[in-house]
Design a protein around this ligand. Structure first.
Ligand SMILES: [Zn+2]
Length: 489
């Protein structure tokens, strides 16, 4: 190992790309193609059992990436289930939109039987049985499978594939396994174990992070979540995944790269025309609204939050407002929170992510953002919009800081939220103080002369008044952002 690596205990980086990339011969064989020639491309920080750097190799033959050494993966449950992490997954973490979009790609005929291996909370199983009315079984060893079985009522069994004795001899028309193959040490053995459960005319569907997308240009937060130190054994290239599927015996294979993910479809029969389009809006929304009727606060609010996001993004503000009101009800009854006046100072004071997950919904910052964006069209109210966007910016920053590896959605919204906050602030102030210009609000703006400095002070004062103007009896809001901007005064 190079001696110039920083101390892993204190390093702020989780991934260091290597500038010079020596060829490593005869070390750990590539898990995908078994070749032994690889290039060392990066060092990745592992936290457990102690902080240390682990070399990452890229296979010369197939371009897959994998860690140097053996037995680097902990039990999956250790990572995802501590202290109610499943709530985060139900509330915001699960990429249900993408899962359902992919499962629709093959246009399975009515009556098709589905097996989901490593089904997580079982949203695909639940969708298949609830919305299509077709038989579906999920296998999930990690305990969020139990949460899905309990609250969705889906047929989820707590087994690995090789343990599922009750499925022996049964076959399925669709075998679906999303983000699972990278968690097993031997991908060829995993595919071989699936084969007996697939009907002769059946279709296998896999997703996995794409090694081809892992480059030094990639956002480091995205890169580290793809690498999932201690959780993933390897990332497959498109080439390697196709080769593995053909070696497993499939004559018809399609591997499609979508952003940082590979979507693969394989069968013994010719495949239909595949559509990798997103799931139809109304189908997705209808399913989200069935989740909204769930008895558990995390499932119900997770369905409502996702429907709100969909409605706002499509400009369907009237349906969005109905959803927002229902989300407010669940926030009140399930979490004791008033979404129209959230106790920001109290929320920001909880800095332990496990405590925060128990106490507050994981969608809180994101829902404030969409609640702010909802104040358009028929509900045009710039002051409410401004207050919600301001709250959203503070909450999103807090969530990202607490849980940088999980809060991808908060991370993806932050810049957009800041933009809309500044835009709303400019509009609000321009409407009410016509001589002040919104240009003053840009963060980092230097104020060269006295007149501009005075205007800036007036803008800040006005903004502060608007943000502290709240419902009677409410606690005043803290000072307005951007409080950290390097404004000369
Ligand atoms: Zn390889």
């Amino acid at each position: 190992m190079p001696t110039d690596l920083p101390d892993p205990e204190t390093s702020v980086h989780d991934l260091i790309w290597l500038a010079d990339t020596p060829t490593v011969d005869g070390t750990t064989p590539c898990p995908a193609c078994r070749q032994e020639n690889a290039t060392r491309v990066a060092q990745v920080k592992f936290e457990r059992p102690h902080a240390r750097w682990v070399p990452l190799n890229r296979c010369h033959a197939c371009q897959s990436v994998f860690y140097e050494g053996e037995d680097l993966v902990d039990a999956y449950d250790d990572h995802v289930m501590h202290d109610g992490y499943w709530r985060h997954y139900a509330e915001i973490g699960a990429g249900i939109h993408g899962m359902l979009g992919f499962v629709q790609a093959i246009q399975a005929p009515p009556g098709a039987r589905l097996l989901d291996i490593g089904c997580g909370m079982g949203f695909v199983v639940d969708y298949w049985s609830r919305m299509r009315g077709d038989p579906a079984v999920g296998l999930e060893k990690a305990s969020y499978g139990r949460a899905g079985a309990q609250h969705l009522g889906a047929d989820i069994r707590p087994h690995y594939l090789h343990e599922a004795a009750d499925l022996a001899g049964k076959t399925f028309d669709v075998v679906y396994s999303s983000e699972v193959i990278e968690h097993v040490p031997d991908p060829a053995a995993f595919l071989a174990a699936i084969m007996p459960g697939l009907a002769d005319q059946g279709v296998l569907m896999l997703t996995t992070p794409c090694a081809d997308a892992l480059t030094p240009d990639l956002d480091p937060t995205v890169a580290v979540s793809m690498l999932f130190p201690g959780g993933h054994y390897f990332l497959l290239s498109a080439h390697a995944l196709e080769a593995l599927l053909r070696q497993a015996g499939f004559q018809h294979v399609v591997v499609h790269q979508q952003a940082e993910q590979l979507l693969a479809v394989a069968s013994h029969r010719a495949l239909p025309d595949l559509s990798f389009d997103p799931i139809a809006h109304e189908d997705y929304r209808a399913y989200m609204m069935t989740l909204a009727d769930c008895d558990d606060r995390s499932f119900a609010s997770g369905g409502l939050y996702r429907a709100l996001k969909e409605d706002v993004n499509r400009g369907d503000f009237e349906r969005g407002m109905d959803v927002w009101k229902r989300l407010c009800d669940v926030a009140k009854t399930g979490y004791g929170l008033d979404l129209n006046d959230p106790p920001i100072t109290e929320i920001l004071s909880v800095t332990d992510p496990h405590q925060a997950l128990k106490r507050y919904p994981a969608w809180l910052g994101c829902a404030q953002y969409y609640g702010g964006m909802l104040m358009s069209g028929p509900y045009d109210d710039m002051r409410v919009r401004l207050r919600r966007l301001e709250a959203a910016g503070r909450l999103l920053r807090h969530e990202i800081k607490m849980n940088p590896k999980y809060d991808r959605e908060a991370y993806s919204l932050l810049n957009t939220c800041d933009f809309h906050f500044l835009q709303a602030a400019s509009y609000t102030i321009l409407r009410e103080e016509t001589f002040l210009t919104g240009a003053c609000l840009r963060e980092g703006e230097a104020m060269p002369d006295k007149m501009w400095r005075e205007r800036w002070q007036q803008v800040r004062q006005k903004l502060s008044e608007i943000l502290t103007e709240q419902a009677p009896g409410a606690t005043p809001a803290p000072p307005a952002r951007p409080q950290d901007a390097p404004i000369e005064s």
